[in-house]
Design a binder for this molecule. Structure first.
Ligand SMILES: C[S@@+](CC[C@H](N)C(=O)[O-])C[C@H]1O[C@@H](n2cnc3c(N)ncnc32)[C@H](O)[C@@H]1O
Length: 199
């Protein structure tokens, strides 16, 4: 049986919210030392992040990956922390305020209608967020358009929410939207895929 970084009570809230977005009250379960130890964000992202890049952390939540990416940029480049919920962005804002990573983090509030960005990214991370979006095809098309020609999209979904069948269905949508699978990195407790533009 797989371990979880959420308590039993938090798991019950998650089950009730299966079809909706992760509530801000559960943000603590997404940013803690147990998850850092289990998923090792620095090691996981090291092959993809280079100084000078523009990175989009879509569905950033409380910034578990945003802050790690910002550190890796080491003062050169930009990470756009984008989320539907203002409460999540405020958590990121509080964490970075007055720290050395603050200048490389840009906050962006998304809407149900779209991400709301035009700037293209070298690397886009969508970690545990795609399953929360009702229209996945529209999202994938938008992500394809936000990728630089040689950019990489990294989608990671939680096994405890997303079955193999659902993940495969999502992969068929990536193909239809003009994205090509280039790898399947191993991420603990997760299903993961790397994608590039086909043009
Ligand atoms: C389960 S959390 C994951 C947060 C973060 N990526 C992590 O792994 O710690 C999913 C996040 O995606 C956000 N989200 C859901 N739908 C979204 C959308 N359409 N656009 C932007 N963010 C969205 C939620 O608000 C939530 O913060």
């Amino acid at each position: 049986m797989e371990e979880s970084t959420f308590s039993r009570n938090e798991m019950e809230i998650i089950a009730k919210n299966r079809q909706s977005v992760c509530p801000v009250e559960l943000a603590g379960g997404l940013d803690n030392s147990l998850r850092r130890w289990l998923q090792r964000p620095g090691k996981l992202l090291k092959p993809y992040i280079r100084q000078g890049m523009t990175v989009l952390d879509l569905g950033c939540g409380p910034g578990f990956f945003t802050i790690e990416i910002a550190r890796m940029l080491n003062g050169c480049g930009k990470v756009i922390a984008a989320d539907l919920q203002q409460g999540m962005l405020e958590k990121v804002e509080r964490k970075i305020k007055g720290t050395p990573v603050e200048p490389v983090v840009q906050l962006n509030r998304c809407s149900e209608k779209g991400i709301g960005l035009t700037e293209k990214a070298d690397f886009i991370l969508a970690f545990y967020m795609v399953h929360e979006v009702p229209d996945k095809f529209r999202l994938l098309e938008e992500l394809k358009n936000l990728l630089k020609p040689d950019g990489t999209l990294f989608i990671v979904e939680p096994k405890f929410h997303v079955t193999k069948k659902t993940f495969t269905r999502m992969l068929s949508l990536t193909e239809k939207s003009g994205l090509q699978v280039t790898g399947n990195p191993t991420v603990p407790f997760s299903r993961a895929v790397l994608l590039k533009n086909t043009y």
